[in-house]
Design a protein around this ligand. Structure first.
Ligand code: DSN
Length: 450
């Protein structure tokens, strides 16, 4: 960082500004966590200069002995952390991991069954906007009247469509996923079960959510959402790692190796793999387990306080880190709420909710997560403060249309000061920390319409 400051002050200044921003902002992005400075350091190591396709001791380039040791360490730590028999640490993201897994288990045009995007699923679970929905035949299940996964519908669709792969996983689902039930359905039609635990990987690793490692044939996750790791993905397998793939012969673990390299990726990212190794070690610590408990306790407290303030919390609460709000119920679209909150230094993102009539860039919902609040050391008491700050922003905001709104600048200043005060009491441990100046004053009258 010192070299960067000396040689490229413009870029260094932008990076410093981000550090200050993160330290003074109440981030409730459900798909984010903060990486320890040691994870960032590993991710910026000179190991990044190594080009070496292939796997440890089977590279297509010389000079990779140190990288081999790092990758073996990352694999061993990933297996330990999740009690898995097989790990592939090379995927550049969980989207890449999912694409690799689906390509290995399905022929072109083969059928997958996953949670609908509007019900909280993920793009890579067969959305028409994703290559997974274009190259495969995607069928989607949804939620029941309580907002929980409709397992009877999953079983019915599986019987009717005979998918090759059943996907259990979500990006906006606040309740426990019953992986055993998914496996029973997959077995009943001879499908492979893929569990995507990107959002709940930290809870799974610490036993705060049931593990899919032995229930699913294959488990995928991103390494940054709840694991405090670098941007990247991970493929795991447990009891089924030797189960034959669709050809009836090749073990799933060997299929996965090929599916990542050479079938869907080239050179791995060595320093990112080093950062994954560091993050897996930290995620195995007692401190991480305590933080995972706090994440769950905080989400329950946040949901309860917002319910008490009159918000419609989807499913009536939460079992994990996530709280989903019907924000149109309070007269704001998701995008207006998101923008007004951001002006007041609170980050939470718009999200479509079941039966949503607004398009994806507008939405009727708001998704909150407690990963970073817990990493700051905030507990259930502080969740009351967070809920009241959010409520104050919503109350101060008047919608003019689906995307435009008014908010009194004096209120913005007051609310930002409240957020900064809370953040200052619970500072983040960030790499490259710089002193935090006050936020600049907002523009006179704020209307958003970007
Ligand atoms: N999948 C997106 C989300 O849930 O926010 C980004 O990782």
């Amino acid at each position: 960082m010192q070299t960067l400051h000396r040689t490229d002050p413009e870029l260094a200044g932008l990076l410093d500004a981000e550090v200050r921003h993160q330290d003074t902002t109440l981030a409730m992005i459900a798909s984010a966590s903060v990486a320890d400075p040691s994870v960032l350091a590993a991710g910026g190591a000179a190991l990044s200069n190594v080009t070496a396709e292939g796997y440890p001791a089977a590279r297509y380039h010389p000079g990779a002995a140190r990288f081999d040791a790092v990758e073996r360490l990352a694999i061993a730590r990933a297996k330990d952390l999740f009690a898995a028999q097989y790990a592939n640490v090379q995927p550049h993201s969980c989207s890449s991991a999912n694409l690799a897994v689906l390509s290995a288990l399905l022929p072109p045009g083969g059928t997958l069954l996953g949670l609908d995007l509007d019900a909280g699923g993920h793009l890579t679970h067969g959305s028409p906007a994703s290559v997974t929905g274009r190259h495969f035949t995607a069928v989607h299940y949804g939620l029941d009247r309580t907002g929980r996964i409709d397992y009877a519908q999953v079983a019915d669709l599986a019987r009717r469509h005979r998918p090759g792969v059943l996907i259990a996983g979500a990006s906006a689902y606040p309740r426990t996923v019953d992986f055993e039930r998914f496996r029973a359905i997959a077995d009943s039609v001879g499908a492979y079960l893929l569990a995507d635990i990107s959002h709940i990987a930290g809870l799974v690793a610490t036993g705060k959510h049931p593990s899919p490692i032995d229930a699913a044939h294959i488990t995928t996750t991103s390494t940054y959402k709840q694991l405090g790791g670098p941007r990247g993905g991970l493929i795991l397998s447990g009891a089924d790692h030797r189960t034959p793939g669709p050809d009836g012969r090749t073990p799933l673990s060997r299929l996965m190796q090929r599916a990542v390299f050479p079938q869907s990726q080239g050179t791995p990212s060595p320093a990112t793999i080093a950062a994954k190794a560091r993050a897996f070690s930290l995620a195995a610590s007692p401190q991480f387990k305590d933080a995972a408990q706090l994440i769950v306790d905080n989400a329950a407290a946040l949901a309860a306080e917002l319910s008490a303030l009159g918000y419609r919390v989807l499913t009536g609460g939460t079992d994990n880190h996530m709280v989903l709000l019907d924000i149109i119920d309070r007269g704001l679209t998701g995008v207006v709420a998101e923008r007004a909150l951001e002006q007041c230094a609170i980050l939470a993102n718009r999200n479509r909710i079941p039966g949503d009539t607004k398009p994806p860039l507008v939405t009727s919902g708001l998704r909150l997560g407690t990963n970073i609040l817990a990493q700051r050391g905030m507990g259930p008491l502080q969740m009351r403060e967070c809920a009241h700050l959010l409520h104050a922003v919503v109350t101060a905001t008047t919608a003019l249309s689906d995307t435009e709104y008014l908010i009194d600048p004096a209120q913005v200043l007051r609310l930002r000061a409240g957020v900064e005060d809370l953040c200052a009491r619970y500072p983040l441990t960030l790499g490259g920390a710089a002193p935090a100046p006050a936020h600049p004053a907002p523009a006179a009258l704020i209307g958003a319409g970007q």
